[in-house]
Design a binder for this molecule. Structure first.
Ligand code: NAD
Length: 348
C-alpha cells in the first residue's frame, strides 16, 4: 500500500493537514495509508530537534510527504539550527528535492480576489518550476575587505550542466502534461551562468520535439507576468529568479491560503505543502483556509502517485465548492476550516 508521511508541523499546519486527510480518504479510500510524525517547533518541544531522526526516517520510507507548515514564536530565540524552519531546509537537502513546482491558476469564482484587473487575472494558469538546490544560494559566499579597506559581501552564482539538464527535463515533462509550452527564464545577456543555462536548455529540447520552447530574460518575465500572464504555460528557471517570480505569480491569483506546491527529487518522490507558513496569528481559531493544502494533496496524487484522475476530482471539487459561495475569512467569507473542507467533500 502507498504510504504517506504526514508532517503537520506547527500552528495552522495541523489544522489544514487534518482536513486534507479527510479529502484524501474520501477520494483514495484504502489505497493510501498515513503515518504521522512531528516536525518543526512541535518536534523540538517533543524530541529536542526540529527534524528528529525518526521523522526523517519516515520521510525517507514514505512514497510521498504531506507537509503542513513550521514556525513557532516560542522558538524564535533558539539557536538557528534548532529553529522550526530548519526542518524544511533539512528535508529538502536530505531528500535531494531539487525541483519546486508552484502552479498559479485563478479560480474563476475568485476573479475579484486578484490584485490584477479581472480580465488580466482571468488568464492566469501557469506553472513555475524553480530549481531548489543550486545557484547563488549555494555557491561560495562570504564577507571580505577590499584593498581600499571597504567591507565587501560576495555570493558566487554557478550551475553545472547536469543541474540545468535535470531541471530542464522536469520543465519539458511538465509542459508535455499541460499545454506543451515551456518558457525558460534567464539573464543570458549578462550572466555566464545564464548563458550555460540557455545552451543546455536548448540542447535538452532535442529530446522534446513536441514542446514549444521559448526564452525570456528575467526582467522582461517579471513585467510580462503582470502585463499578459496568459501567455505562459510552464516557466522553468533557476533558484534566485524562481524565488522572486513564483511569489509574484502566486499573489496574482488571490489569497496565500489557496496556493499549493511540490518539491520533487529525481524520481518524482515529493514533499507537498501549502506555500503559506504556520500563521500563528490565526492558529487554533478555525480560521485557516485548508484549500492550499488540499490542492497540494492533489499535486501529490498527480506528480508522485500516478493518480491524475483523482487529482482532477479534487481540483474540480475545490472549484465547485468555491462556486457554491464557500469562503474562509481570508476570502471574505465566514466558513471555518472544517466547514470549508466539508464544502469540498460535499462537492466530491
Ligand atoms: P504565514 O504564511 O504564516 O502568514 C502570513 C499571513 O497570511 C498571516 O496573516 C496569516 O494569518 C495568513 N495566512 C497564512 N496562511 C493562511 C491560511 N491557510 N488561511 C488564512 N490565512 C492564512 O507567514 P508569516 O506570518 O510570515 O510566518 C509565520 C511563521 O511561518 C514563521 O515562523 C515563518 O518562518 C513560518 N513559515 C513557514 C513556512 C513553511 O513551513 N514552509 C513558509 C513560510 C513561513
Amino acid at each position: 500500500m502507498t504510504l504517506i508521511a504526514v508532517l503537520p508541523g506547527d500552528g495552522i499546519g495541523s489544522e489544514v493537514t487534518r482536513e486534507t486527510i479527510r479529502v484524501l480518504e474520501r477520494v483514495c479510500g484504502d489505497r493510501l495509508s498515513y503515518e504521522e510524525a512531528p516536525v518543526g517547533g512541535a518536534a523540538y518541544k517533543a524530541k529536542g530537534h526540529p527534524l528528529p531522526p525518526e521523522t526523517l526516517d519516515l520521510a525517507r520510507r514514505a512514497d510521498a510527504i504531506l507537509f503542513g507548515a513550521v514556525g513557532d514564536p516560542d522558538c524564535d530565540r533558539l539557536e538557528r539550527h534548532l529553529r522550526p524552519e530548519q526542518a524544511i531546509l533539512g528535508l529538502r537537502k536530505e531528500l535531494a528535492l531539487f525541483a519546486n513546482l508552484r502552479p498559479a491558476k485563478l479560480f474563476a469564482e475568485l476573479a475579484d480576489a486578484s490584485t490584477l484587473r479581472p480580465e488580466v487575472a482571468a488568464q492566469i494558469d501557469l506553472m513555475i518550476i524553480r530549481e531548489l538546490n543550486g545557484d547563488v544560494y549555494f555557491g561560495e559566499k562570504g564577507m571580505r575587505t577590499t584593498t581600499s579597506g571597504l567591507r565587501e559581501g560576495y555570493d558566487i552564482m554557478s550551475y553545472d550542466e547536469s543541474e540545468v539538464r535535470r531541471i530542464a527535463r522536469i520543465g519539458f515533462e511538465t509542459a508535455r502534461a499541460r499545454k506543451g509550452r515551456l518558457c525558460s527564464v534567464d539573464k543570458a545577456n549578462v550572466l555566464e551562468t545564464s548563458q550555460l543555462w540557455r545552451d543546455v536548455v536548448i540542447e535538452t529540447a532535442a529530446e522534446y520535439p513536441d514542446i514549444a520552447l521559448s526564452h525570456m530574460y528575467v526582467d522582461n518575465a517579471a513585467m510580462q507576468l503582470v502585463r499578459n500572464p496568459g501567455q505562459f504555460d510552464v516557466i522553468v528557471t533557476g533558484n534566485l529568479f524562481g524565488d522572486i517570480l513564483s511569489d509574484q505569480a502566486s499573489m496574482c491569483v488571490g489569497s496565500i491560503g489557496l496556493l499549493p506546491s511540490a518539491s520533487l527529487d529525481a524520481n518524482s518522490k515529493g514533499l507537498y505543502e501549502p506555500i503559506h507558513g504556520s500563521a500563528p496569528d490565526i492558529a487554533g481559531k478555525g480560521l485557516a483556509n485548508p484549500l492550499a493544502t488540499i490542492l497540494s494533496a492533489a499535486m501529490m496524487l498527480r506528480y508522485s502517485l500516478g493518480m491524475a484522475p483523482e487529482a482532477d476530482r479534487i481540483e474540480a471539487a475545490v472549484s465547485a465548492a468555491l462556486a457554491t459561495g464557500a469562503r474562509t475569512a481570508d476570502l471574505g467569507g465566514s466558513f471555518n476550516t472544517t466547514a470549508m473542507a466539508d464544502a469540498v467533500l460535499a462537492a466530491l
